[in-house]
Design a protein around this ligand. Structure first.
Ligand code: FAD
Length: 457
């Protein structure tokens, strides 16, 4: 039994990346923390299963080396990121094109956070990988999409966005991403053949009904860094965070059934006391514990993993479908991107389907993959398929990417639903919540600065 008296200064409900990132910042400021996780493992949606030596993600995360929180969150120094290289291939009208590279992508130049000790590990790892010899383009590609002028125009538009400060992007007029795209001075071919499928993949939103500000932020991240995945599967990220916490901080298999500012009730261990409570669950679970909290609509996502006798021709690129000719939005030969995810000599192909789970999933996906890769898929074997109806919180306009994390003094909420529906958003919400708690407790952040992030209720 856990102690039913004062259990910790702060009880955090949920050991996803938001709760774990908040725990790090609180503990390094000297606050005692207990993280209670209902599941048997940490990580929440960032889960990886081992099946016959393959490491299979429940999600198909597309991260970016330019996500500021990846380089500044304590505990992530050992994170190794594997880049999609060469970046993005687009399948359109039966052909695969290479497109959407900026000068930064070509030279391997990556933006990192200056001055942060923990920034260096992730930044160096990403830079080392980015400057490694590039994999040759495999298969019969038709070269780049559009002519040189079209490519140059796209490169300039992306470079301009990369140079625009984040706050300026967030001050732009806001509407649905799809409506905003037409005024960007790009040809219909570039928009439909590259920008739309890329944004669809980055936002998990096939209708592109997401706020244009969030879409611009996603494109800005793309233009300033490199698309990547955590080496060894997405669970590596929460596992690194959890491993760097003091032993006993995280308790798995503890399901919280009721919560208020000074105590939580658990299914397994009775009531636990605390001075402050941080709800770090997904949006629906948070609203169950605190009725009245807003629950956004969600983008459902299905991820499928196949193995094949030989790698299909795409190298280590991310292959996007520009034609909506089947259920797959994007796919990659994951064993080429991150060899750690497959046993030696074996091939792993991971593919993402957005929206409702289609009937006859494997058959329709396999047929679509045959068209996308230009190779028969009859002898491919399905290793796993995961469907999450609440994978990514939707962000229709108007969207506030800094929703208040402080509800009352002593009661806080974080998670991707308080920020942007992404790994970056979840980590950022955890940092903001920890800042608000430290401010209310009157504790100074380890940097010596007062942790000032006052939030309106
Ligand atoms: C299929 C899929 C694809 C995605 N693709 C991308 C992508 O390409 N790029 C990107 O950046 N992001 C992507 N995301 C989103 C990203 O994974 C999430 O934004 C992020 O992992 C959310 O972290 P979190 O800590 O906010 O929440 P969660 O990971 O949901 O963590 C919440 C935790 O709270 C626990 N919990 C819930 N209720 C209770 C309770 N009552 N008691 C105790 N514990 C409880 C849960 O078990 C869970 O561990 C994707 C997500 C999915 C599912």
């Amino acid at each position: 039994m856990l102690s039913t008296a004062h259990h910790a200064d702060v009880v955090i409900i949920g050991a996803g990346i938001a709760g774990l990132s908040a725990a790090h910042r609180l503990i390094s400021a000297g606050v005692s923390v207990s993280v209670l996780e209902a599941g048997p493992r940490v990580g929440g949606r960032m889960m990886t299963d081992e099946v016959d030596g393959f490491l299979l993600d429940h999600l198909g995360p597309l991260l970016n080396t330019s996500y500021p929180e990846l380089s500044t969150t304590p505990g992530l120094d050992g994170l190794v990121l594997r880049n999609f290289d060469p970046g993005v291939l687009v399948h359109s009208e039966g052909r695969r094109y290479r497109t959407g590279e900026t000068r930064r992508h070509r030279t391997g130049e990556i933006r990192g956070r200056r001055g942060s000790r923990s920034a260096r590990g992730a930044f160096k790892a990403a830079r080392a990988l980015a400057s490694a010899p590039r994999a040759p383009l495999a298969g019969n590609l038709t070269g780049t999409m559009g002519g040189a002028i079209e490519q140059a125009r796209l490169g300039v538009a992306l470079a301009r966005l990369a140079a625009t400060p984040r706050d300026r992007v967030l001050a732009r007029p806001e509407r649905a991403a799809l409506d905003a795209l037409s005024g960007r001075g790009l040809s219909a071919r570039t928009l439909n053949g590259f920008v739309r499928p890329l944004l669809t993949a980055l936002l998990s939103d096939p209708a592109l009904a997401t706020s244009s500000r969030c879409a611009d932020l996603a494109l800005r991240d793309y233009a300033s860094g490199r698309l990547c995945v955590p080496s060894g599967g997405s669970a590596t990220l929460p596992e690194l965070l959890a491993a760097a916490l003091p032993p006993g901080t995280v308790r798995t298999g503890v399901h919280v059934t009721a919560a208020d500012i000074t105590s939580v009730r658990t299914k397994e261990h009775g009531e636990l006391g605390c001075r402050s409570l941080l709800l770090a669950t997904g949006a629906s679970a948070a609203a169950e514990l605190l009725p009245g909290l807003r629950v956004p609509p969600f983008h459902p996502v299905t991820v499928l993993h196949h193995t094949a006798p030989a790698p299909p021709p795409a190298g280590a690129s991310l292959l996007l479908d520009a034609d909506h000719s089947g259920p797959v939005a994007h796919t990659a030969v994951m064993s080429e991107v991150d060899p750690a995810r497959a046993p030696d000599g074996r091939v792993l192909i991971s593919s993402t389907v957005l929206g409702a789970r289609p009937p006859d999933l494997d058959r329709t996906v396999r047929a679509h993959l045959a068209a996308l890769y230009g190779t028969p898929t009859d002898d491919w074997e399905l290793l796993a398929a995961h469907h999450d109806p609440e994978a990514v919180p939707a962000m229709p306009p108007p969207h506030d990417p800094r929703r208040p994390v402080r509800l009352l003094a002593g009661l806080y909420v974080c998670g991707d639903h308080r920020d942007t529906g992404s790994v970056q958003g979840a980590l950022s919400s955890g940092r903001r919540a920890a800042g608000a708690i430290l401010t209310d407790l009157g504790v100074r952040a380890p940097s010596g600065k007062t942790a000032v992030l006052p939030e309106a209720a």
